[in-house]
Design a protein around this ligand. Structure first.
Ligand code: ADP
Ligand code: MG
Length: 746
């Protein structure tokens, strides 16, 4: 009899190969098997007498094998297993392809269930490759034959699991069925009063029914219960984390009114009232002696950076350091430049730390593109990968040093680390190098993560765990923590999803911004678009061109940066300054290109999606996107947010060669809507939460069965969470949370 902790390898039919496959699915124990929920179901519960069959979708028949034999099909050299299966009312032909071994198991006279679709043609009806399951004979079972209820693969609602290539549904179903008895060890931790009020079934039943439902109604009840559990725990967890954070010590960072006012006065613009309000929220949080844990949410271009800069300024004036982590090297470099500018009249040293991997071995184009993508998503390439070579890069801007350093010149990496450790550098900007390299801060007072949804929980946690040890008090002080995001999550959801964070919203755009005009340009108007681009450049403006790929790829036929560069420099704009940007350039090259772009030495910048986030070139007024259907709405909105950052009228031109009907509809919607939140809602409607948020998963909670589309249930869970304010009274819930919280704040 398996118990929850039984290792999968101990189960029958699990050898080393199967064990390895299970591991790939994150399954090590019986408990893991039970928590491996089906991704969908096949309803084979409809058992029909053979005489009443007609061409239809999934059905099950139950009969006796009258004939079975392998035949060689002359057509494609396949082996066809043909059988005739009969019940009291009639007989039907059944075929399977390339499974000659079937006849070793299925013999004439065996009673079987067959589940699948019925095909009908000129020659009559036939079942093609149905799922089958033998009905145990009385001698095998001891007593009677198996009833339809006991089947696993047929004649019921059959679970379909996420599997690996080498693991079959049949194997996994068998293993989960074998594990089911262990369910009785699981205690139902949900209080009776909640179950009663919400009409939720108990946990044991839910787990049984989620795998092998007796009916669709029972399945629904099971899903409802398990989804509720997940969302309810999410709420409680958020609350607990919030509580934990509030109980940690942090150094109070006083609001320095004089300096803050001086800083705001020297800005080339007036802060919007939302920006002021957000800055005020932040400064007030930082004065407290427990760490701030706040999310600053605002659409692209709403001006989050300058709000962060105000927080940074106060931190530094109080004698502490501030760290700003960005998901891409280009964005980190840009923040470095921006802060250098903003603090040019202050005695503040700013460091920039990045690290990139260069490939030693030549790889195929496909892999290169894949790698670029890995870079773009701000994720680290495995350190273990021997083909990669890490190179560290550092820059320093310091008003005390030579002219070069004042401008933000290169600085040996080691020296930079040393200065950070000695508090000689007050602001450190960087990529995830900030948490992955051995960066030791002397006293980190404020940790900021830009585009927080690009980072995993672990990276964010690592940054905030840069504590300041205090000898006098014997306890460590945590930095204040601020996340910036442009992910437009509808407000109702954001309260729930970011439950552990306090949220400041910037809804208002800076004054004088004009609506960005978006056009889906038909292929025949491409030349017209190029003429328009030339006009804008003649006026002194700049242009971005986005392509889905770096190098041409015949297979996909998508536009690539290199091919577009060739085309534009040779045929269309031979007289203009055109540059390319992508994730595989060296850090120094990227830095140079962005500087040149900022100084308007480049008219057209052709880029992959690396410039998707954060890039700020106010003089750019055209965003031209090739292969627009290749990108999600949210991503396109981010691209578009790269223009329209000044008083100049800006345009977003979308090109697509092979978008389907749905793709075109999405792009048309982008033409009509400029608001990130509305777009997010629309995207949600059109693609469903799985797809929309699936790609952003890192910033969102990891849901096993519930989805962000379960809005009603989310609200219910939130309400019920308030009911169990005093967790002391609910030891079972406490126990459950303890096992979940291990990862956070260790
Ligand atoms: P995001 O919120 O997308 O990070 P940024 O911080 O990059 O936006 O700001 C976008 C642009 O708007 C920058 O060029 C910035 O200097 C400018 N900006 C910020 N606040 C204001 C304001 N109140 N008025 C005018 N321009 C502003
Ligand atoms: Mg930004």
């Amino acid at each position: 009899m398996p118990s929850l902790s039984t290792p999968a390898i101990k189960l029958s039919r699990v050898g080393l190969t199967v064990q390895r496959q299970l591991k790939k699915l994150g399954i090590n124990t019986v408990n893991d098997l039970l928590l491996h929920y089906p991704s969908r179901y096949e309803d084979y519960s409809c058992l029909i007498p053979i005489s009443r069959l007609s061409a239809s979708k999934a059905v099950t028949v139950c009969g006796r094998i009258e004939l079975i034999a392998n035949k060689r099909s002359p057509v494609k050299r396949t082996i066809v297993t043909e059988a005739l299966v009969a019940d009291k009312t009639g007989a039907i032909k059944v075929v399977w392809f390339n499974q000659p071994f079937l006849i070793r198991n299925l013999k004439i006279g065996d009673n079987i269930f067959l589940s699948g679709k019925i095909d009908a043609d000129y020659y009559g009806m036939q079942m093609t490759s149905p799922a089958y399951e033998k009905i145990a004979s009385s001698s095998q079972r001891g007593s009677g034959t198996s009833s339809a209820q006991e089947t696993t693969h047929t004649a019921r609602i059959v679970p379909v699991y996420p599997v690996t290539e080498k693991l079959t549904q049949k194997q996994l179903r068998f293993l989960i069925k074998t594990s089911l008895p262990a369910i009785k060890e699981i205690t139902d931790w949900l209080p009776m009063e909640i179950k009663k009020e919400l009409n939720l079934i108990d946990l044991t039943t839910a787990l049984k029914q989620i795998h092998f439902p007796d009916s669709l109604t029972q399945l629904q009840s099971a899903q409802q219960r398990l989804k509720f559990d997940e969302l309810f725990l999410l709420q409680l967890q958020a609350r607990q984390i919030k509580h934990l954070v509030q109980n940690q010590p942090a150094y109070s960072i006083g609001f320095n009114q004089t300096s803050t006012q001086k800083f705001i006065r020297q800005l080339p613009f007036k802060l919007t009232s939302d920006q002021r309000k957000a800055a005020w929220d932040i400064l007030r949080d930082m004065e407290k002696t427990h760490p701030m844990n706040r999310l600053l949410e605002g659409d692209v271009g709403s001006g989050k950076t300058v709000v962060a800069a105000i927080a940074i300024l106060n931190t530094v004036i109080n004698g502490y350091q501030a760290a700003l982590m960005a998901p891409t090297e280009i964005l980190a470099q840009q923040h470095f430049e921006t802060l250098k500018m903003l603090f040019k009249d202050w005695d503040i040293n700013i460091g920039l730390l990045t690290r990139r991997f260069r490939q030693e071995n030549k790889k195929t184009k496909k892999q290169e593109n894949k790698n670029d993508k890995t870079n773009l998503n701000g994720q680290t390439i495995s350190q273990k990968d021997k083909a990669m070579l890490a190179s560290r890069q550092g820059w320093l801007a310091s008003p005390f040093l030579t002219e070069g350093a004042r401008q933000g010149g290169p600085c040996p990496y080691g020296e930079l680390l040393e200065k950070i450790q000695k508090n000689e550098i007050q602001i450190v900007v960087g990529t995830h190098a900030l948490v992955e390299e051995k960066v030791q801060f002397a006293q980190l007072g404020l940790a900021i993560v830009d585009e927080q949804h690009r980072f995993g929980v672990e990276q964010r946690t690592k940054l905030r765990n840069n504590v300041i040890p205090s000898e006098a008090e014997g306890k460590s002080h945590y930095p204040h923590f601020l996340s910036l995001t442009a992910t437009p999550i509808p407000r109702s959801l954001s309260l729930i999803l970011y439950g552990e964070l306090d949220v400041s919203l910037i809804q208002e755009m800076p004054q004088g911004r004009q609506k960005i005009l978006t056009y889906l340009v038909p292929p025949e108007k491409r030349n017209k678009a190029y003429n328009f681009i030339r006009q804008e450049i003649n006026k002194g403006r700049q242009v971005f061109v986005i392509c889905p790929l770096i190098n041409p790829s015949d297979k996909l036929g998508f536009k690539s940066v290199t091919a577009e560069y060739e085309k534009l420099t040779k045929n269309i704009f031979p007289d203009l300054k055109i540059a390319v940007m992508h994730g595989r350039l060296k850090a120094a090259e990227k830095k140079k290109i962005m500087e040149d772009t900022r100084e308007n030495k480049i008219n057209i910048l052709i880029s992959t999606s690396v410039i998707e986030v954060g890039i700020d070139i106010p003089n750019a007024t055209i965003m031209m996107i090739e292969g627009a259907d290749r990108f999600g709405l949210a991503q396109l909105h981010q691209f578009r947010g790269r223009v329209g950052r000044s008083e100049h009228k800006s345009y977003c031109l979308l090109f697509t060669e092979n978008a389907g009907q749905k793709g075109l509809e999405r792009l048309r919607y982008l033409e009509q809507t400029n608001n990130g939140f509305e777009l997010a809602e629309k995207d949600l409607q059109m693609r469903g939460p799985g797809e929309v948020y699936g790609t952003l998963q890192s910033g969102l909670p990891d849901l096993k069965i519930a989805t962000l589309g379960d809005v009603e249930l989310l609200k219910t869970a939130r309400k019920q969470a308030e009911r169990v304010m005093d967790l002391e009274k609910y030891p079972l819930i406490q126990e459950k949370l303890k096992s979940l919280n291990k990862k956070y704040l260790e």
